[in-house]
Design a protein around this ligand. Sequence first.
Ligand SMILES: CC(C)(COP(=O)(O)OP(=O)(O)OC[C@H]1O[C@@H](n2cnc3c(N)ncnc32)[C@H](O)[C@@H]1OP(=O)(O)O)[C@@H](O)C(=O)NCCC(=O)NCCS
Length: 420
Amino acid sequence: MPAMNGRRRVAVIAGCRTPFSKAGTDLKDARAVDLARHAARELLERTNLDGRDVDEIVFGQVVPSALVPNVAREVSLLPQFPKEIPAYSLNRACASAAQAVSSAQDQIALGNADVAIAGGVESLSDIPILASRRLADILVEASKAKSLGARVGAFSKVRPRDLVPVSPAIAEPSTGESMGQSAEKMAKENHITREAQDRWALRSHRLAAQGTDDGRLKAEIVPWFPQRPGAAIVTEDNGIRRDTSLEQMAKLKPVFDRRYGSVTAANSSPLTDGASAVLLMGEDTARTMGYEPLAFIRSYAVAAVDPGWQLLQAPVWAVPKALERAGIQWKELGLIEIHEAFAAQVLSNLQGFAAKGWEINEDIINVMGGSIATGHPFGATGGRIVTTLANEMKRRDVQLGLLSICAQGGMGFAMVLERR
Ligand SMILES: CC(C)(COP(=O)(O)OP(=O)(O)OC[C@H]1O[C@@H](n2cnc3c(N)ncnc32)[C@H](O)[C@@H]1OP(=O)(O)O)[C@@H](O)C(=O)NCCC(=O)NCCS
């Protein structure tokens, strides 16, 4: 199959990731940049690639550290790479790593690069804590003061409440609505019951546990060696709950609408730390260098809806766009990966697909669970999904696979992979 629009076809060669750990747990001592570097270094090792062959590095991150604003460049400054590899970081919210993959694929398709590493990272244990606006103004005033008296005068205006730190919110800047509140709204408007959400969450945990135990997910995970004395090596995602049941989940109180809500800690993805990295090559480059592709990128598309409507429903527009660009139909898909921000969102997305007359075959959707169980480091999730989808397409010899990701800002991302 020739590349779309006659452009060069781009191969997914391999991918890997750190374990995904609930924020404040196994990876709490790691900086985001350390996690991103760890995933990229291991990708080189696993593929036996010489760092000098890499032309570009792109990483996604949603909440960057104030000290490392361009995490991709710090990855490219690993000793394994020459210093001359250009690198940039981007933010397409929860679809950031998927966007990194598609941005890198564009460069390869256009002939501007032959080999690229694309990935993403998030550490919600390592978030920038901001000063209040008043304190920031006072600090600026003090730094400009021309005398000691003026400086003391500026500092004398500080009130205790100005010292309260401000942390980044997981809320829409345009509406003030949090992701959880949006999921709650979607559950109500689309009539998604609490039981249906809990069932989807349970399924996610069961399938992720299976995928871990049979080695499929573990094969994608790069063990992490914590620096804390006595801390065990981290080899698995720690959000997967083998002990959970519908009865236990039913006991939990809703989080975002305590009175009438249905979205709980069990049917939401947890706040998570982790990084992922994917190796991409032009089809011809892969052949010349002797790499066997897992899959090829056939198309991708992004769509957006009004964030004040159903914030996480844009995949319902992104997916048909990606299918159309690929020139294929939903029924031809052999595997589907849908990012699970919340069970209410997955079920709303599926409802939107079903309304198009598309048959929903759960046997081919999220076959190793999804973000509810494995966790969701915002910037990194897309890399996990591309890797898992491509590996499973190879295992099952599936020709066409789809991934879809909902993202902050009312955006949706979709990508079609093909095997041959
Ligand atoms: C929902 C959310 C607020 C829950 O956070 P939390 O309260 O720290 O979650 P916890 O993991 O501590 O779980 C709360 C309780 O539920 C229990 N629980 C969670 N999942 C469970 C499950 N599957 N089965 C049984 N119990 C479960 C926990 O054991 C815990 O119980 P405890 O209080 O007795 O210890 C948080 O995960 C969140 O904000 N998620 C959404 C993230 C988001 O917006 N992402 C953006 C997506 S685009």
